[in-house]
Design a binder for this molecule. Structure first.
Ligand SMILES: Nc1nc2c(ncn2[C@@H]2O[C@H](COP(=O)(O)OP(=O)(O)OP(=O)(O)O)[C@@H](O)[C@H]2O)c(=O)[nH]1
Ligand SMILES: C[S@@+](CC[C@H](N)C(=O)[O-])C[C@H]1O[C@@H](n2cnc3c(N)ncnc32)[C@H](O)[C@@H]1O
Ligand code: SF4
Ligand code: SF4
Length: 326
């Protein structure tokens, strides 16, 4: 079955957040004190999350990205992923993680059927990494990437949120990494998720990042698959891997948007920046899967054309990145 919205976009991709908790506190994502604790009754059970995934696949979703908070901190995540991996009709099961628990979990994630990992890594410098994540150890993430490769995962996508004056002097080092390693390094425009003062001064437009890399290397555009996310990808000439920019604020990839989101509390969102959404809990209490599938179809069809954010307008709507799952 195909899921086409009112703007003719084919919706194939579900971002499913399984928790809003995290073992890090990245300054661009969460307040220092972490997120407010939700009660156990607020977080959907794995059974309910599975029912949502199954209904989504039944209406046309082909790719599920499990995210969070940090998805690997939720107990029981591996058997849940193994169950998702066996969903008939699902073509891709992938996961976004901060990499912290990969040294111990990479093997079981691979065996569960996760096909690919996106790993967040904002700095190679231990001090800068610690400051951005409020306490994280960069060596643990690097060990996690190595463990993922040893477990047989394809080379990871590496997400770097670029912040002026914080880690932007490492952009060329991250780009250079792709010469030898077949990684897909993606430079992400920092979005105003927390109420950080002067967030505009931190955000660097994707085009500026490309220009900086372009002064040192020649870049060739790389095409992308039908189930791909919003990254615009390039290859440094002769490099093993690729670089990409995710221009969440300055760019306009909304015209090609193929995704919907469901939070760990069961709020379905048609856009990352949607204020509201549909609460799926009442549909989960209905008998049979039809009402749930219908709710997801209606949500996808009513996707907005694009978001109302831009650097120029400097509009600042704080939104809970960790709850929505990025
Ligand atoms: N504005 C916007 N940002 C997005 C969207 N999807 C992902 N992002 C951002 O892109 C960054 C990387 O997200 P990932 O979880 O690695 O997923 P992805 O890049 O969509 O994934 P794939 O292309 O499927 O590998 C995060 O900062 C997300 O918040 C989107 O639909 N809109
Ligand atoms: C919310 S995290 C969840 C998954 C996992 N904990 C991780 O960090 O990869 C998903 C992605 O959103 C990105 N992200 C979070 N807050 C952001 C922000 N304010 N601007 C841009 N990207 C952000 C993270 O860097 C990460 O790549
Ligand atoms: S970006 Fe990921 S690792 Fe960092 S605080 Fe948010 S959820 Fe946690
Ligand atoms: S901002 Fe909204 S419409 Fe645009 S790409 Fe992201 S989720 Fe899709």
């Amino acid at each position: 079955m195909e899921l086409i919205d009112t703007y003719g976009r084919r919706i194939t991709y579900l971002r499913l957040s399984v928790t809003d908790r995290c073992n890090l506190r990245c300054r661009y994502c969460m307040p220092a004190a972490g997120v407010e604790k939700l009660g156990h009754g607020d977080i959907l059970s794995y059974e309910d999350l599975f029912r949502i995934a199954r209904a989504a696949v039944a209406v046309g979703i082909e790719k599920i990205r499990v995210t969070g908070g940090e998805p690997l901190v939720r107990k029981g995540i591996v058997p849940f992923l193994a169950r998702l991996a066996k969903l008939p009709g699902l073509r891709e099961l992938v996961l976004t993680t901060n990499g912290f628990l990969l040294p111990e979990m990479a093997g079981e994630l691979r065996r569960a059927g996760v096909q690919r990992l996106n790993v967040s890594l904002d700095s190679f410098r231990p001090g800068t990494f610690r400051a951005i994540t409020r306490g994280g150890d960069v060596w643990q993430v690097l060990a996690g990437i190595a463990a993922a490769e040893a477990a047989g995962f394809p080379p990871p996508k590496i997400n770097m949120v670029v912040m002026r004056g914080v880690n932007d002097d490492e952009v060329l080092d991250f780009a250079r990494l792709t010469i030898e390693h077949p990684y897909a390094v993606r430079f992400i425009e920092s979005m105003p998720a927390t109420r950080e003062k002067n967030w505009q001064n931190l955000t660097i437009a994707g085009e500026e990042i490309l220009e900086r890399i372009g002064t040192q290397f020649s870049l060739e555009p790389v095409g992308k698959g039908s189930l791909a996310g919003p990254s615009r990808d390039f290859r440094l000439r002769g490099a093993a891997g690729t670089i990409g920019i995710i221009t969440a604020l300055s760019g306009h990839f909304c015209a090609d948007c193929n995704r919907i989101r469901v939070t760990s509390t069961g709020m379905a969102k048609s856009c990352l920046f949607s204020d509201g959404g549909i609460d799926l809990k009442p549909f989960l209490r209905c008998e049979g899967s039809k009402p749930l599938a219908e709710a997801l179809r209606n949500l996808a069809c009513a996707k907005p054309a694009c978001h109302g954010m831009s650097m120029e307008r400097a509009e600042h709507r704080a939104f809970a990145m960790a709850a929505v799952g990025g």
